[in-house]
Design a protein around this ligand. Structure first.
Ligand SMILES: Nc1ncnc2c1ncn2[C@@H]1O[C@H](COP(=O)(O)OP(=O)(O)OP(=O)(O)O)[C@@H](O)[C@H]1O
Length: 453
């Protein structure tokens, strides 16, 4: 429903006025909370993500001016609007100077206040959108077109999963694109305008991962100098992506399980429960069922996170996509490096198509980045690649890297067909005749190996 992404906290010691504002704003679709003084308001602010506080100035206990000061210090992103009686306009103006966004005289027509709040909500959404754009920029554009049946089925399952709220476990070797796929699921679902928050569980020590995930209160432990919102809270309404979930320490696994069961968290150092609406996507390149057998991963957690498991095939098992991925990355890298690449010589291309990529799409991308650096006059030449031993060993050294008979056959076949096509000036019908196969069969192989007749 419109406006449900914007939460308002009304602070007033007059219960009737709290009720009036609650009814008015709830009718506009906003979520409204109420408090009768500053201290109660601060308690709610520490428990929930609030976007706007509308507060009276004169209240018993902690008053409005003091509340504005504390809120601006502790939660600088929260907007504050003063609702004041006619006699206290001067103090309201003073509060605006201290950080409130505006004031409203209680005896005035409420539609003015509604217009101001609508404007603030609109502004908030615009900022969220910009934040999302920045996140998108940080998130590289992906190529998710495929000629491979298995990968096509994976993408289809992801699209179905996206339409539901089901928790997904992605399994695949390092570099196959698990994060890319997680983002794809997020972007195809109803949460796409909400945050996508990735966390690499491997990147944090066992001492810091919980604070990263669940946040902490100021002074919760030595070094907790200020309050910190955890990744779970940041992802509220959106998707949390836990990469390398198999690397979570056992105690954190227990806490994660409880969080997923109750859909609530408690920041470290606080006993306040915060409710969250999260879609979880986890990823692993480990055999988690094996990890459960040796006591490294909780079995109950595994059952909780793998409501739907999607296995992403390694690049060597979807070789037909390599030519299009090469095209995609070369275009992207040219723009990034501001360097034109017009062609890749045949030997390099054959090497790229024949290599088995243990590091998957990440490795292909890294190799191409280096090839573009090495290119001269817009051409990636075999002779320019040779001095880069690491790359040359992978794509120029022929069959040494091939491990299976299947890959060896493909390697030989692609070179042989390429040679024959050259002999017949790229004429597919004549080359097919020479190879004793039909032109259709030859076209299939040309497409499979990304050859250019
Ligand atoms: N389909 C794709 N289109 C464009 N880039 C891709 C694609 N798949 C993977 N990549 C790129 O390959 C790299 C690795 O991708 P990603 O981080 O998603 O893999 P991963 O499986 O999560 O790896 P790890 O297990 O090491 O975390 C990234 O730079 C990503 O942009």
């Amino acid at each position: 429903m419109e406006n449900r992404d914007f939460k308002i906290l009304v602070v007033d010691d007059e219960v009737e006025y709290q009720n009036v504002l609650s009814i008015v704003f709830e009718n506009c679709g906003y979520i409204v909370r109420t408090a009768s003084d500053g201290s109660k308001a601060l308690r709610i602010l520490s428990e929930e993500m609030i976007n706007l506080v509308i507060t009276d100035l004169k209240m018993p206990g902690l008053g409005g001016q003091e509340l504005v000061r504390i809120v601006k210090e502790k939660y600088p992103d929260i907007e504050i609007m003063i609702a004041t009686a006619y006699g206290t306009i001067d103090s309201a103006v003073e509060t605006v100077k201290n950080g409130a966004v505006g004031y409203f005289v209680k005896s005035d027509d409420l539609t003015k206040l509604v217009t101001d709040v609508d404007r603030l909500a609109k502004e908030y959404r615009k900022q969220q959108k910009t934040k999302k754009l920045v996140r998108q920029e940080n998130f590289p554009e992906a190529f998710l077109d495929t000629s491979n049946k298995e990968f096509a089925a994976v993408l289809k399952t992801c699209e179905k999963a996206a339409r539901s709220n089901i928790d997904v476990l992605l399994i695949g070797e390092s570099g196959v694109g698990k994060e890319v796929i997680a983002h794809y699921i997020h972007e195809n679902g109803g949460r796409k305008n909400r945050p996508f928050i990735p966390v690499n569980c491997q990147a944090f020590s066992s001492g810091t991962i919980e604070s990263e995930l669940f946040g902490h209160e100021k002074g919760a432990f030595t070094g907790a100098l200020s309050q910190r919102i955890g990744r779970f809270e940041e992802a509220d309404g959106g998707t949390l992506f836990l990469d390398e979930v198999g690397d979570l320490p056992m105690e954190t696994q227990g806490k994660l399980l409880r969080t997923l069961e109750n859909r609530t968290i408690e920041r470290i150092g606080s006993n306040k429960t915060i409710s969250l609406d999260i879609r979880l996507i986890s990823a692993t390149n480990k055999e988690l069922s094996e990890q459960t057998k040796v006591g490294m991963f909780r079995e109950d957690l595994l059952y909780r996170i793998n409501a739907l498991t999607i296995t992403i095939p390694p690049l060597r098992e979807r070789r037909e996509d390599i030519p299009c991925l090469i095209d995609f990355f070369l275009k992207k890298i040219q723009t990034e490096q501001k360097k034109k690449v017009i062609s890749v010589d045949e030997e390099v291309m054959t090497g790229l198509l024949g290599y088995n990529y243990p590091g998957n799409v990440r490795e292909l991308k890294n190799i191409l980045e280096r090839l573009v650096v090495l290119s001269e006059d817009g051409i990636i030449r075999h002779s320019d690649v040779l001095p880069d031993k690491q790359i040359a060993e992978r794509i120029c050294s022929g069959a040494e890297n091939i491990q299976s008979l299947h890959d060896a056959r493909d390697f030989f076949e692609s070179r042989f067909i390429s040679k024959k096509l050259r002999e017949y000036d790229g004429n597919v019908t004549r080359t097919a005749k020479e190879l004793s196969i039909t032109p259709r069969q030859l076209w299939n192989k040309i497409n499979k190996y990304g050859l250019k007749p």
